[in-house]
Design a protein around this ligand. Structure first.
Ligand SMILES: Nc1ncnc2c1ncn2[C@@H]1O[C@H](COP(=O)(O)OP(=O)(O)OP(=O)(O)O)[C@@H](O)[C@H]1O
Length: 373
């Protein structure tokens, strides 16, 4: 993951002072934005703020009124639009699968256009269907109308990835999928993207989707004005403007729970650690040492059972805070005294987490002045 310095060098797509007017009305005012190679950048903002227009300028479905868009080191206006669209995958809501082509034929569309032979296309289609979680034996010969909304989106993603494009544009790709299927698709797609290293620019108006999936989020307001461009946690914890605050306002804590992780400094002060942590010498391995973290105002240790081993509950250091809350709830049905053993990657106990640990973590995440970018 690149640091803040040298970001421009790693850009896969750059918008340079881009403006788009439709019949005199400004949709995108003066956008400058660099999408880093291999990142999943999510554009989020209110309806009509220019998200789709921005995306569609990257593959020349819409031509900018002025400014430049650079893909790699090429100005996109120098590239033939058809050739450009074969290099850039594009996924939209409701996908637009060809209704009279089977799933396999849909996925094999671009390889076919590029003149791949049948065996190579067939092998690629099967591989892609597996990749997006559709069993080729069951799905390859089906027609689009025989699929659920989520399955259709998967086929759309497979089709867009057919020639392994370095860049993928996605416009509300999961918008038409029911909430349960949607969450699963989001998760699977984010994993797939990381595996393939595809640079993705994705548009959504769903802040939760943005926060869940993005490496970085760009929050836009009217005219595609960049309100904030940052790590999702940063956007939720420290909105850069009133517009961003309005957008992320509802469900903020839930988002922090999904994003934040349990760190050594969130754990209970050491004297509360379970006695069994003291296996090797005098206890917890170095990285959870008390000196570098716990402020010493933690909960009184009255809930520790005699032998110190928390009954059944354990979480990893670095676990998502939401998972910590879930584990605490499972241990004591939400009871205040619930305690969890915290384990390092090797499974060794490094301390104890309680509800207070989660509160400390949330405070840490929202404390001013701690940049994450
Ligand atoms: N083809 C067009 N002709 C004229 N105006 C357009 C056209 N396409 C978009 N616009 C206008 O440009 C502005 C930005 O539209 P755009 O679709 O980019 O916004 P968006 O942020 O993607 O919105 P939504 O979230 O509702 O899809 C809007 O005011 C819209 O009405």
């Amino acid at each position: 993951m690149p640091g803040a310095a040298g970001v421009e060098d790693a850009a896969a797509i750059r918008f340079e002072a881009v403006r788009k007017e439709y019949a005199g009305a400004v949709a995108v005012d003066d956008l400058t934005l660099a999408v880093r190679a291999h990142e999943l950048l999510v554009l989020v903002g209110p309806s009509g703020c220019g998200k789709s227009t921005t995306l569609r300028m990257a593959n020349r479905l819409v031509e900018p009124t002025s400014g430049r868009i650079v893909l790699g080191d090429e100005d996109v206006t120098d590239v033939d639009p058809v050739a450009l669209r074969r290099r850039i995958g594009y996924v939209i809501q409701n996908v637009g699968l060809f209704p009279h082509r089977t799933v396999a034929q849909n996925v094999g569309t671009v390889p076919g256009l590029l003149g791949w032979d049948r065996r190579r296309t067939r092998a690629r289609v099967l591989e892609l269907l597996e990749l997006v979680g559709l069993d080729p034996d069951r799905y390859a010969r089906r027609w689009p109308h025989e699929l659920s909304g989520g399955e259709r989106q998967r086929v759309g993603v497979a089709r867009a990835l057919a020639t392994d494009p370095p860049v993928l544009l996605m416009d509300e790709p999961f918008g038409a999928v029911d909430p349960v299927g949607r969450a699963r698709l989001q998760q699977e797609f984010a994993r797939l993207q990381r595996e393939l290293g595809t640079t993705v620019m994705m548009v959504t108006h769903d802040v939760d989707e943005a926060v869940r999936m993005a490496d970085r989020v760009v929050v836009l307001s009217r005219g595609a004005r960049v309100e904030q461009l940052a790590h999702p946690l940063e956007v939720v914890a420290r909105p850069a403007s009133d517009q961003v605050a309005d957008l992320v306002g509802r469900g903020r804590t839930a988002r922090l729970l999904a994003l934040g992780r349990l760190e050594p400094e969130d754990l209970e002060p050491r004297h509360d650690a379970p006695a069994r942590a003291a296996t090797p010498g005098d206890g917890a391995p170095g990285d959870a040492a008390p000196g570098d973290g716990a402020p010493g105002d933690g909960a009184p240790g009255d809930a520790a059972p005699g032998d110190g081993a928390p009954r059944g509950g354990a979480v990893r250091l670095g676990a998502e805070l939401g998972d910590v809350v879930e584990a605490l709830t499972a241990v004591a049905a939400g009871h205040d005294g619930a305690r969890l053993a915290v384990l390092d990657d090797a499974g060794r106990p490094v301390g104890t987490a309680t509800g207070d640990s989660v509160v400390r973590a949330l405070r840490r995440l929202t404390a001013a002045g701690r940049g994450t970018d």
